[in-house]
Design a protein around this ligand. Sequence first.
Ligand code: NAG
Ligand code: NAG
Ligand code: NAG
Ligand code: NAG
Ligand code: NAG
Ligand code: NAG
Ligand code: NAG
Ligand code: NAG
Ligand code: NAG
Ligand code: NAG
Ligand code: NAG
Length: 229
Amino acid sequence: MDLQNFSMSPKPSLICIFFIIITSSVNYILSLDPKFQACVPYTCGDGPNISYPFWILHEQEPFCGNPNFTIICKDKNPVLTIASDDYIMKDIFYSNQSFLVANAAIYKETCPAPLHNVSLDHTPFNFSLYCSDFSIFYNCTSKPNYPIYDLVCASNSTLHSFAVFHKEALELHNCSSDWCQSFVDVPMDVHNGVNFTSLLLMNYTDVLKMGFSLNWSVHDCNSCEKSSG
Ligand SMILES: *[C@@H]1O[C@H](CO)[C@@H](O)[C@H](O)[C@H]1NC(C)=O
Ligand SMILES: *[C@@H]1O[C@H](CO)[C@@H](O)[C@H](O)[C@H]1NC(C)=O
Ligand SMILES: *[C@@H]1O[C@H](CO)[C@@H](O)[C@H](O)[C@H]1NC(C)=O
Ligand SMILES: *[C@@H]1O[C@H](CO)[C@@H](O)[C@H](O)[C@H]1NC(C)=O
Ligand SMILES: *[C@@H]1O[C@H](CO)[C@@H](O)[C@H](O)[C@H]1NC(C)=O
Ligand SMILES: *[C@@H]1O[C@H](CO)[C@@H](O)[C@H](O)[C@H]1NC(C)=O
Ligand SMILES: *[C@@H]1O[C@H](CO)[C@@H](O)[C@H](O)[C@H]1NC(C)=O
Ligand SMILES: *[C@@H]1O[C@H](CO)[C@@H](O)[C@H](O)[C@H]1NC(C)=O
Ligand SMILES: *[C@@H]1O[C@H](CO)[C@@H](O)[C@H](O)[C@H]1NC(C)=O
Ligand SMILES: *[C@@H]1O[C@H](CO)[C@@H](O)[C@H](O)[C@H]1NC(C)=O
Ligand SMILES: *[C@@H]1O[C@H](CO)[C@@H](O)[C@H](O)[C@H]1NC(C)=O
């Protein structure tokens, strides 16, 4: 009898504990919208918090953002692909819908030499007001008498490669892009407050790492509704 009582007695309390667990977890689930929970801001480790309209592939659900704003985490960095180039998101300003990016290749390659212009066609992004061109000239037969950034790794004694701000100024220095086999324009942020003296002391790679800002517009309001705000 004693043994049976002993073995019976835990059951009511076990049921009670189960009941408490079930009711409390039901309350927990009801109190938080699961879609909202799936979309809380997230970081890749380094860099800014990612939230709507941006969303992180494999970490968050597609309904958290817009397909044009898909972020992939690579080596702890948030990476956005624009016209098949990868850009590291250095900062995102949700208040004025803009973000600062730098081409991911600059961080990987020993001789980063962008070979095409940045195209924002068919994207919801646009260059910000601060954007100014940093132009890279390749395989030139001569170098201008003008402040330039040497691309030592892409030059030899007969063919020079270099970068300049304000390529328009080169013409005043009797330079012509005809001296060069090709050139590309890289967008750069140049604010009024930029110190050109310190900018000219930097090397080519460090200038490229400063990055440039883009702003965005979201036209499709279906997706903001789907994201539950
Ligand atoms: C991301 O958000 C969390 C929570 O609001 C905050 O503590 C953290 O500082 C933010 N990180 C960045 C890089 O803004
Ligand atoms: C993505 O961006 C393009 C260009 O702005 C736009 O035509 C398209 O509707 C956008 N897609 C979504 C789902 O917002
Ligand atoms: C980008 O900005 C220009 C003017 O600054 C405007 O004409 C153009 O429509 C904008 N493009 C997008 C996709 O917002
Ligand atoms: C957006 O806001 C940030 C932070 O206030 C500011 O640093 C940045 O210059 C602004 N960008 C534009 C394009 O207005
Ligand atoms: C982005 O910046 C451009 C240039 O300053 C401006 O014309 C455009 O209205 C901005 N777009 C948004 C969505 O803020
Ligand atoms: C520079 O010249 C070399 C050799 O002719 C060529 O391989 C390379 O593609 C050229 N670079 C550019 C950017 O034109
Ligand atoms: C410089 O590079 C070009 C293209 O790679 C090559 O044709 C030329 O012979 C090189 N000149 C010297 C002096 O190495
Ligand atoms: C450019 O060339 C013109 C005519 O050959 C000359 O008068 C002028 O001094 C040159 N300018 C510079 C900056 O070398
Ligand atoms: C980049 O754009 C400029 C015009 O802004 C053009 O002259 C140049 O040829 C373009 N470069 C390439 C590689 O398409
Ligand atoms: C600009 O940078 C140089 C070198 O870093 C420094 O000596 C100079 O004081 C700076 N000028 C201003 C106006 O900040
Ligand atoms: C550029 O300067 C940084 C330090 O500011 C240095 O670490 C880097 O090696 C330099 N790169 C080149 C290509 O000289």
